[in-house]
Ligand binder design. Structure first.
Ligand SMILES: C[S@@+](CC[C@H](N)C(=O)[O-])C[C@H]1O[C@@H](n2cnc3c(N)ncnc32)[C@H](O)[C@@H]1O
Length: 448
């Protein structure tokens, strides 16, 4: 695409590239902003249009369906232009409908021709006149949740079978809300209250987190652009991710293996809790990802992290048996707990992916298992809510490793608000509990 300063054209191009499966939404959006020199003032609208349209894609298609039923096959870019326009018309009060229609017709003219412009104009005007169709015609629960909250039907059916209809609906509804921005306070430098004061003096408003003692939530202002961020006073991280390092029960001087560590969110948290004592050995598959961990460690002035590019399924060939006091496997997963932040996940992941991932998860756990000291803690965590990748992987691991058991004292290492969601050494946070990412943690103890 040529460079353009039209924010809706940038939004359209971003949506098209994501749909062709060429990039993840969060990474692509940043590069599109840079490439097109999108003005600072336009970034919130661009972000909202791209994420909003993606988050509600299937619902918008349901809205458009009656108006497109007599149309010939609609080209992919025209379909995305219609979705982008309907998103603004239905969900963005601050954008006047006539501006949406005008922009859509202009883009259709410049990208296509007059005929397409008149087709787009006709569809949008009909929808404006007649209103969107009601969901009442959809009688089946799973289908209705799928359409109303824009999730693939197979995923909704899968979650209903695992969580029940009521929890699934609440979770799917949470997945289409805007995510909050939270920061993990580097308590080696200052307390959360001190940081909140420092930020307040710069016009950034925050409040204490809902779930963990380490968290503050952003209410106004861009945390990532502050001096305090550059100086290592905090790390941008979701609150449920902040639970993980604390569940390891760290003691100063511990030797820790973080088997899937990039970009370093949890490794740096572990290193902070150890207050630069002990050692954190942080592995990830590729050198370019390992570099991200090093950058974070440097920013936070942490000297107790060693990084290495390694497939953790080979960790048993690289380290000695019983070498580590604590091990974290924050495994690669489907990411179904972070759909709110990365809506493309719900359309791109398949049932086969879930099965493939659970095999990798078990292989990583099996490879690191011998490396833990007796009486040591192995934490297995994922940002998914799928049983096949969570409880079932842990169960399969325990069946193969009789020297491990579920560690029921996990609950004692959790902050008060999370305790009701823990049982049998495992914790499952769903996105609607605290407005955080969905997250799973299992604590496994190596028997003495
Ligand atoms: C959930 S992310 C880890 C996030 C990280 N713990 C954090 O808090 O920033 C999973 C990571 O596992 C890595 N990974 C996938 N397969 C791996 C393997 N076989 N060995 C090591 N790392 C792997 C991915 O590259 C990805 O960075």
């Amino acid at each position: 695409m040529k460079k353009t300063n039209n924010v809706r054209e940038v939004a359209l191009e971003t949506l098209l590239t994501i749909e062709k499966n060429q990039a993840y939404s969060h990474l692509l959006l940043n590069s599109m902003i840079k490439k097109n020199n999108v003005k600072e003032i336009d970034i919130p609208l661009l972000t909202e249009m791209v994420y909003g349209t993606l988050q509600r894609k299937d619902t918008i298609d349901f809205y458009l369906a009656p108006f497109l039923k007599n149309a010939k096959k609609t080209e992919q870019w025209v379909m995305n232009l219609l979705r982008l326009s309907v998103y603004q018309m239905v969900y963005l009060d601050r954008v006047p409908e006539r501006a949406v229609l005008f922009e859509a017709v202009e883009i259709a003219k410049s990208r296509g021709h007059k005929g397409i412009a008149s087709f787009v104009n006709g569809i949008l005007r009909s929808l404006q006149r007649e209103g969107v169709p009601s969901f009442d015609s959809i009688k089946d629960d799973a289908k209705r949740i799928a359409v109303e909250t824009s999730h693939p039907l197979w995923l909704v059916q899968r979650w209903i079978s695992q969580l029940g209809t009521c929890e699934t609906r609440k979770m799917c509804e949470a997945n289409i809300t805007a995510p909050s921005v939270t920061a993990r306070v580097n308590q080696m430098k200052q307390s959360p209250e001190e940081l909140m004061d420092m930020l307040k003096r710069k016009g950034i408003q925050t409040e204490k987190g809902d779930l963990t003692e380490d968290a503050i939530k952003s209410l106004k202002g861009n945390l990532a652009q502050t001096e305090e961020f550059k100086k290592g006073c905090f790390t941008i991280q979701d609150e449920s991710s902040m639970l993980v390092a604390r569940t390891l029960g760290l003691q100063k001087g511990d030797s820790v293996l973080d088997a899937c560590a990039a970009p370093g969110g949890k490794s740096t948290h572990i290193a902070e809790i150890l207050e630069n004592t002990g050692s954190v050995h942080s592995l990830d598959l590729h050198e370019h990802k390992v570099k991200l961990i090093k950058e974070q460690a440097e920013r936070l002035h942490l000297s107790n992290i060693e990084t290495e590019a390694l497939d953790s399924r080979k960790a048993h060939t690289r380290f000695k048996n019983g070498q580590f006091d604590k091990i974290l496997v924050d495994a690669p997963c489907s990411g179904f707990g972070v759909i709110r932040r990365k809506p493309d996940i719900k359309y791109s992941k398949t049932e086969e992916d879930v099965g493939r991932l659970s095999e990798i998860q078990l292989a990583i756990l099996s490879s690191v298992a011998p490396l833990l000291k007796k009486d040591g803690t192995l934490i297995y965590s994922t940002c998914t809510i799928d049983h096949e990748e969570n409880g079932q992987v842990v169960q399969a691991f325990l069946e193969k490793h009789s020297d491990y058991e579920l560690d029921h004292s996990l609950i004692d290492r959790l902050p008060q608000p999370a305790k009701p969601f823990a049982a049998d050494g495992q914790l499952q946070i769903l996105p609607h509990y605290f407005g955080t990412d969905g997250f799973y943690i299992a604590s496994l103890r190596k028997k003495v």
